[in-house]
Design a protein around this ligand. Sequence first.
Ligand SMILES: Cc1ncc(COP(=O)(O)O)c(C=O)c1O
Length: 379
Amino acid sequence: MTVRFVPPPYPYDRLDEARRAASRLPGGVIDLSVGTPTDPPPAGVLAALADADRGGAARGYPPSVGTLELRSAIQHWVKDRLGAAVPLDDIGACVGTKELVAGVPQWLKLRSPGRDTVLHPALAYPTYAMGATLAGLRAVAVPSDERGRVDLSAVDPADAERALLLWVNTPGNPAGGLDDLAAAAEWGTRHGVPVFSDECYAEFTWDGPARTILGQGTGAGGLGGVVAVHSLSKTANVAGMRVGWYCGDPDLVGYLREVRKHAGLMVAGPVQRAAVAALGDTAHVDVQRRRYRERLERAAAILSAAGVVAPLPDGGFYLWVTVPGGDEWAWTAEMAERAGVLVSPGSFYGPSGSGRARLAMVAPLERLEVMARRLGVGE
Ligand SMILES: Cc1ncc(COP(=O)(O)O)c(C=O)c1O
C-alpha cells in the first residue's frame, strides 16, 4: 500500500481562533506567539538594501555559497563573537536557516543511504523533525530536560547506529537551555554521527559567553564532524531578508555547498550585501540584547504576579512557562480572551512540552504593560 504524505497543519495556523479572540479586545492583540523580530534592523542594513544594485548586486545571479565579501564578513564575525577560526571554503550561505534545517536530511541521505534517522532534542524547534519527515526518514527525539538540554546518554545505541545526523540547539528554543556542546561533539565523534548545532540565538546568551560547537570537533581547528548553523534573522532583526549560514566540517560543508548550487538555493544579491552591513554592526546587537533582557524580566514579573511560574531562560528571548491548570490549549485560549495575548502552546515543540507555553519577547514594553493591566496586575 502506498502511503501518501499529507502535511500536518502548520503550528501557527492553529492559533487562528485564539488570534480572533485576542483581536476583539480594545487595543487589540499582543502577539507573543511567533519569534519574529519587530524591532528595527541596523541603519546600515537598510542603507545597503536601498543601494541594492551597487556593483551589479541585483542584476546577475548571486553565488549560492555566498559572495567572498559575505563569507569574509561571516569569518570575521565567527572569530570576533565566537572565538572560532573557520576557513572561507568551509562557510556557505543559506536562505534563512529554516530551509537548511528542513533540507539537510534529504541531501545527506543521498550520500549515506544506509542511515535513516535524524536525532533531535525532544523539546525543540519542530523543523528538525519535519526535515526528517520531508526526506522520508525517521525523526527520533533525544530525551531532554525541562530546559530542553539533551541527554545523549539516553540515545538508544540502535538509533545512534542508524543516525544520519544529530541536531542540537543552544540557546534552545523554546526552553532557553544551554547544552554542553563539547560533549555533543564528542558523542558525535564516538558514534560517527555528524552534529549540526543550531546557534541562531547565540548572541542572546545570558549565562556566560556565547557557545559554539566550532572548535569542539576533531582534526585541525576542531571542525571535524561538526557544523554550526547561524541566522541573521534574530541577531539583526532581519527575518524578512532571509539570510543565514552554515560552517564547519570541510567535507560536510563542501558537499552541502555543491548540492545547494544544483538546487538553485541562493541568497538574493542585495541581501548578501545588506548582510555584510549587519555583521559589521555589533553595537546594534548590544541594544537588542538589552531590549530582550528588559522584556524578559518585566514579563516574568507580570506573569509571576498573575500566578504563573515563569523562570528566566539561560539564553534566547522566550519565556517558557508552566501553565496554570496544566492544559496548554485551554490556557492559550484564556490568555487570548482575557488578556488579548497570543502565546504558543508548549506541545508545538514536542509531546514533552504539554502543560507549558512559550511567550516570545518580540512586543515592546508598552504592550507588556497592557498585558499587565488586562491581567489585573499592573502598577
Ligand atoms: C531554533 C531555530 N532555528 C532556526 C530558526 C529559523 O530561523 P530563520 O529561518 O529565520 O533563520 C528558528 C526560528 O524561529 C529557530 O527558532
